[in-house]
Design a protein around this ligand. Structure first.
Ligand code: HEC
Length: 243
C-alpha cells in the first residue's frame, strides 16, 4: 500500500475506536474539582507493528486529590515524531475519562505516550504509557510464535486456542517475562528453540524446532522474544519519546 493510503486506512480505523467508552465512574459533586492525577484505564503495553494503529484505544481518567473523577479537564497527548493521535487533545467526559486512538511511528521500538493535564497553580500532571512497535523480523517472530509457541508459553486461552500451559510439569515462561528471559544469552535462546529443552538440561516438554523452522525463523523468534521483554532486554533501550 502507498503511505497515503495506509494513513487514510489508519485514521478510519482510529475513528471507529474513538467512539467506544468504558463503564461510567462516580463523578465528584460540589464545587469544581482540580486535577491531581491521571490514571490509565486501559490500553497500555500493547504490541503493534510499525506504522499501524494500536488494536485498542487508550483510555485515561483524570482524578482529583480525593481520587474522584474530574469532568471537563483538558488533556493533551504527545510522543515521538511520527506518532499519530486521534484526537491529540480534548476534554474529559462526565466520567472523567478520555478515549483516544494511537498509531505508532515508523521505527521499531518502545514508544512512550505522555498524557498531560493541568493541576493546581498551573502544575503539569502527566501519565506515561509504554507501547511497542515491532519491526519486520520481530513481527515474523510474533507470527511464528502465535502458530507454534503461545499454546504452551501463554497461560491465557483465547477463542481460537486453548492454553496447554497448565498441563505442563516444567514452567514455560511468557515471552514478555524479561525478568526471566533477559538472563538467557542469545546463544542459549537459539539453542533451546532449535534443539529443545534437553539442550540446556531442561525439560523435554520444550520441543525442538530445528526441523520445523528455518534458521531465519528461529532468529525471528529470538528477535521477537527480545523485543517484547518487560523489563526491556537492554536497560536504557531507546524510548522514542520527547521528554
Ligand atoms: C508443548 C509445549 C511447548 C511449546 C509448544 C513450546 N514450548 Fe518453549 N518451553 C516449554 C517448557 C515446558 C519450557 C520450560 C522448560 C524447563 O524449564 O525445563 C520451555 C522453555 C522455553 C524457553 C526457555 C525460557 C522458559 O520459558 O523457560 C524458550 C526460550 C522457549 N521455550 C521458546 C519456545 C519457542 C520459541 C517456541 C515455539 C517455536 C516454544 N518454546 C514452544 C514448552 C513449550
Amino acid at each position: 500500500m502507498r503511505p497515503a493510503l495506509v494513513t487514510v486506512a489508519a485514521l478510519a480505523l482510529m475513528l471507529s475506536f474513538a467512539c467506544q467508552r468504558p463503564a461510567v465512574q462516580p463523578v465528584a459533586k460540589g464545587p469544581a474539582t482540580v486535577p491531581a492525577a491521571i490514571v490509565e484505564v486501559s490500553g497500555g503495553k500493547q504490541v503493534s507493528t510499525i506504522g499501524t494503529p494500536l488494536d485498542q484505544p487508550l483510555v485515561i481518567q483524570v482524578n482529583d486529590a480525593q481520587g474522584a473523577a474530574v469532568a471537563g479537564a483538558s488533556v493533551r497527548f504527545h510522543s515521538a515524531p511520527g506518532v499519530i493521535f486521534q484526537p491529540a487533545s480534548g476534554i474529559t467526559g462526565s466520567d472523567g475519562q478520555f478515549t483516544f486512538a494511537v498509531a505508532l511511528g515508523g521505527m521499531a521500538g518502545r514508544y512512550q505516550i505522555v498524557a498531560t493535564t493541568t493541576g493546581a497553580s498551573g502544575k503539569a500532571i502527566e501519565l506515561r504509557m509504554d507501547e511497542l512497535a515491532l519491526g519486520f523480523e520481530q513481527n515474523q517472530g510474533r507470527q511464528l510464535s502465535d502458530l507454534y509457541c503461545t499454546r504452551c508459553h501463554d497461560p491465557e486461552s483465547t477463542a481460537e486456542r486453548v492454553s496447554n500451559h497448565d498441563n505442563l510439569t516444567a514452567q514455560a515462561h511468557a515471552f514478555s517475562d524479561g525478568a526471566f528471559l533477559n538472563k538467557m544469552s542469545d546463544a542459549d535462546l537459539m539453542a533451546i528453540i532449535q534443539h529443545g529443552g534437553p539442550a540446556l538440561g531442561k525439560s523435554a516438554e520444550m520441543p525442538p524446532y530445528g526441523r520445523t523452522l528455518s534458521k531465519s525463523g528461529i532468529q525471528a523468534l529470538a528477535a521477537y522474544i527480545r523485543a517484547v521483554a518487560d523489563p526491556p532486554h537492554q536497560p536504557g533501550e531507546a524510548v522514542y519519546a520527547q521528554r
